[in-house]
Design a protein around this ligand. Structure first.
Ligand SMILES: [Zn+2]
Length: 477
């Protein structure tokens, strides 16, 4: 602990002791609590912004481990890295939770061309989970805007061709996650619908708000057992626009595709877990986490290196501020969010078998941008509770406290089978979303595109929310 840390911690403790010794009326008590809380939150932010370790942790994760798709050697390396960092933090417990993960590999061929005159190479990324094209395949192309449109096409027109899904993300939506949600069905189900109509492969416009982007954006896709599995790739939006323009001039142009991904047997992997044990309710657990795996392009810096270092740093900040939690606070670095969610599912199922009592789960998986607030999966009382924190958190730029989404990894905890505590609340950190889909699932999701200050504010937001929930839940009667 540095001199600065010691000073701040001692100040917090002295303030607490002074305040504790005063006999108060109820009104005095609540104003005293709010002084204690605002002092603690100030301490947390000071620690994050002056002595933060998240940015350096992210640098090592991005530069020494790199991208880390489930089942890859880099994913194994990320597990070792995560365990080491948590151990250095001096938590009460650090352990690995064994899970099984799917193992898909992109392969070394990722080529596509538009053949109008001299063939021109297209910038593509094979979609996660796609089958191989088994050599170079060439065919005509039908451009569509939706799955629905494919359903209504004359199968004779689609048979033996590529389907090109070209509906952009809706620019009018202020939350880019809403725009993504309104568009991603083309990527996920595009191959199923196209195969049902007799197509031999699929090109999908990348899921990004950038109108003109030269990076293709990968992501997961699904198949159905009832139709042929056909290969599918994402196109950089610049190339999607180019194909669109060429098709207007000549509808009979052809495209070619040559990709060789492979599906391999499932592999052993791990969730990485660390705990600060609760002083009053050690059996009541508050989880904070993100996902350790990433797509196999770029460095998984925003998605979800940021969430990983946010979550680890949140525990470190509480410790550095001299705060001893009443509930057990557990950080979980989930494996396999991107293509299977086996980390989240296995964690919930083990928690269920062990009859663990989870009261809160907070996830950060929306990038390392300036935090704006939290979204909640819970009830009205819980919403009122987090909205009551607004006064304390607004000075730090946090104003959004609404019902919304928690996170993919923590989602299974709330499924009926696993729901042990009916009062479990799920929270998602909500950063500014405007630039997230500039980088999402691309080779450009690298450390250099994460801003240090914005990242640190996210860490302090997570720590402050944990602190306030820990203080507020299960009040002493
Ligand atoms: Zn993610």
């Amino acid at each position: 602990m540095s001199k600065f840390n010691q000073l701040i911690s001692s100040f917090t403790i002295v303030l607490f002791l002074i305040c504790s010794s005063i006999k108060e009326t109820k009104a005095d008590n609540s104003s005293h609590q709010s002084v204690v809380d605002s002092t603690m939150i100030r301490t947390i932010y000071d620690q994050a912004l002056v002595n933060g370790e998240a940015y350096d942790n992210l640098r090592v994760l991005c530069k020494s481990v790199g991208h880390r798709l489930s089942g890859s050697p880099a994913a194994d390396k990320a597990v070792v890295w995560g365990e080491q960092v948590l151990k250095k933090m001096g938590l009460d417990t650090v352990y690995l939770q064994e899970i099984k993960v799917p193992h898909w590999d992109r392969g070394n061929l990722e080529q596509a061309w538009i053949n109008s005159g001299k063939p021109r190479e297209l910038r593509i990324a094979t979609l996660g989970g796609s089958v191989a094209s088994k050599g170079k395949i060439t065919a005509g192309v039908i451009e569509v805007q939706s799955l629905e449109e494919v359903k209504n096409l004359d199968p004779q027109k689609v048979k033996g061709k590529f389907v090109f899904y070209n509906r952009p993300m809706d620019a009018r939506k202020i939350s880019t996650f809403d725009a993504y949600g309104g568009c991603v069905d083309q990527r996920y189900w595009g191959a199923v619908e196209a195969a049902a109509a007799g197509a031999i492969g699929v090109f999908v416009r990348s899921m990004t708000t950038l109108e003109s982007d030269h990076f293709p954006h990968t992501g997961s896709m699904g198949y159905s057992d009832t139709v042929t599995k056909i290969p599918a790739v994402a196109l950089a939006t610049e190339d999607a626009n180019y194909i669109h323009d060429q098709l207007l001039k000549n509808p009979s142009i052809t495209l070619s595709m040559n990709i060789n991904p492979t599906w391999n047997p499932d592999k052993k992997s791990y969730n990485v877990i660390g705990e600060l044990r609760g002083s009053e309710f050690p059996d009541k657990i508050m989880v904070v986490g993100g996902h350790l795996d990433s797509w196999d392009l770029g460095e998984g810096a925003h998605d979800d290196g940021a969430g990983i270092v946010h979550s680890m740093e949140a525990l470190r900040l509480l410790k550095a501020a001299g705060y001893r939690p009443r509930h057990t606070i557990r950080v979980v670095l989930f494996m396999n969010e991107e293509n299977g969610n086996m980390g989240g599912k296995s964690y919930a199922s083990i928690a269920h078998d062990l009859r663990e009592d989870h009261v809160v789960a907070i996830e950060s998986d929306r990038g390392g941008f300036t935090p704006r607030g939290f979204s909640l999966v819970g009830n009205e009382t819980q919403l009122k509770m987090i909205q009551s924190f607004r006064e304390l958190l607004e000075p730090y730029g946090l104003h959004f406290f609404e019902f919304g989404y928690g996170g993919v990894d923590i989602g299974p905890l709330a499924q009926p089978l696993n729901k042990i505590d009916a009062d479990l609340m799920l929270l998602g950190l909500v950063p500014d979303s405007q630039r997230y889909f500039d980088f999402h699932h691309t080779a450009d999701d690298v450390f250099e595109n994460v801003n240090k200050r914005e990242l640190e504010l996210g860490c302090a937001s997570m720590a402050s929310m944990l602190y306030l929930l820990d203080k507020t839940l299960h009040p002493i009667k």
